[in-house]
Design a protein around this ligand. Structure first.
Ligand SMILES: [Fe+2]
Length: 474
């Protein structure tokens, strides 16, 4: 063999043993709920080949002009899942200034493997964010929505649950989710690298917790590996029951500390918006005192102009799909009392908006217990603000409930789109015409902009056509 051949062989051998990046570095909100301190977290994943990573960051958008370059510590958690070991890295970029551009770069064995810019949160009375749910389904529509949302350059993205189909597993995140939001190029057919620049706040939906039996899905509950969110929420009395061998359960809990199980409830501020995110899965009692006390305290302490609550399973839904599961209606009186302006949900794969409404759940003959049917129906008294039109009448009396679950998974009840006569359900104690708008024949996302006491909601579809718009003022 000649020298060239030997070098080629050596190069091939070193490439075969080189550490492979499986999930490129992406930005996470980190444990920064209030606008008192600011930071972000970078997460990435490689195969089991050891390597040395370094993270550098600075203010501005170019390293060349930086006066000072900071380095952040890199930690690594080995994940032994599916008989394969991978390495999950985290790096916390702390003590950041508000309302400031930053650039970061991740170096692997001295070579830059990723670089991107981001902007920190503002304390000014404004923000602009995108919302969608039910997305990680490996669909062309998911790529379109990712691309369109990235083009909007929102301050952050809120995902209303069902992040990854079908069971929220680590291998599903790597196949059905990350390729669409950390894609190498930005294109409507492939997605965008949005997660490199823009933090995603993601709620747990039902699909995200379907893999809680680690004996069946050793890489289950990957939500807790891949997210890094505020840890200021309640721990409910009943939460996700992790099953599997004692060794699996112990390894899972060790790898996800301090995030499991606390991270399914959290709240945060961006500009003049405060958002409280709740777990609405079926193991949760919506009136769990641990959750209600936390929520009441959280919302009462907020000085934000706009108070928004988000959870996965909608209480007010006029689709046929998931109609009967209405347990989150029980929360309405509490949310009304706490001055909540809007509720953002997913689960139903379409877009729906209600009139501003108040709801009094029906009580039993003793007048002490709410009545819930075995399917999960909650009857009650609706009061609709039908004068509100979001154009000339913009001060709502009640809460506006949004379903925005058309982020990528197959749509539900397409034939009901824009046909109010098809939305009717029985009896009147359970359904009145609370839905003003339903668009179910196209994928879409929500864009919310606030400026002081004005909030504008737009719903844009996968062709980037405006399909709904309201202005809310106070
Ligand atoms: Fe769902």
């Amino acid at each position: 063999m000649n020298v060239k051949g030997t070098i080629a062989l050596l190069l091939a051998a070193s490439a075969a043993f080189a550490q492979q990046v499986l999930v490129p570095p992406y930005l996470q909100p980190g444990n920064y709920p209030a606008l008192t301190s600011e930071g972000k977290v970078l997460i990435w994943q490689t195969d089991s080949v050891p390597g040395t990573f370094m993270v550098e960051f600075t203010t501005g958008t170019q390293f060349e002009q930086a006066k000072k370059i900071s380095r952040s510590k890199v930690t690594v958690t080995p994940l032994k899942l599916n008989q394969k070991t991978t390495l999950l890295y985290r790096s916390q970029l702390g003590k950041l200034k508000f309302d400031q551009d930053y650039i970061y770069r991740v170096l692997q064995n001295g070579t830059v493997v990723s670089t991107a810019t981001f902007r920190t949160r503002t304390r000014k009375p404004e923000t602009r964010f995108a919302v969608f749910g039910d997305c990680g389904a490996r669909s062309p529509q998911q790529a379109k929505i990712s691309w369109l949302v990235n083009e909007q350059k929102p301050d952050f993205v809120l995902v209303t649950g069902d992040i990854v189909y079908n069971n929220g597993r680590e291998q599903e995140y790597r196949r059905n989710f990350f390729p669409y939001y950390i894609s190498a190029r930005s294109d409507s057919s492939v997605g965008s690298p949005i997660m490199k620049n823009i933090p995603f706040y993601m709620l747990v939906g039902n699909h995200d917790i379907y893999s809680a039996d680690l004996a069946k899905y050793p890489d289950g509950l990957a939500y807790f590996y891949y997210n890094d969110l505020p840890l200021n929420g309640a721990v409910p009395q009943a939460t996700i029951e992790v099953k599997g061998t004692p060794a699996q359960v112990e390894a899972f809990k060790k790898s996800t500390q301090p995030r499991f199980p606390r991270m399914t409830h959290f709240s945060f501020d961006h500009g003049n918006v405060h958002i409280a995110c709740l777990d609405a899965n079926t193991y949760i009692n919506p009136l769990d005192p641990a959750v209600i006390d936390w929520l009441a305290n959280d919302l009462r302490n907020s000085k934000a102009d706009w108070k928004i609550v988000s959870y996965h399973h909608p209480g007010f839904n006029s689709s046929k799909a998931h109609y009967d599961y209405q347990l989150m209606r029980l929360l309405s009186p509490v949310l009304e009392q706490l001055g909540v302006d809007m509720v953002l949900t997913g689960h139903v794969h379409n877009y729906q908006r209600t009139f501003p409404l108040t709801f009094e759940p029906k009580k039993d003959s003793t007048g002490t217990q709410y009545v819930i049917s075995k399917e999960g129906r909650v009857d009650g008294k609706f009061t609709l603000d039908q004068e509100f039109d979001g154009v000339t009448k913009t001060k709502p009396k009640g809460i506006i409930y949004i379903v925005t679950g058309a982020g990528g998974a197959a749509l539900y009840d397409k034939e009901m789109s824009a046909k109010p006569f098809m939305w009717k359900h029985e009896p009147q104690e359970n359904w009145v015409p609370f839905t003003v708008k339903m668009v179910s024949d196209v994928h879409s996302y929500t864009l919310i902009e606030t400026k002081g006491k004005t909030l504008r909601l737009q719903q844009l579809d996968a062709r980037n056509q405006l399909i709904d718009q309201i202005t809310v003022t106070k």
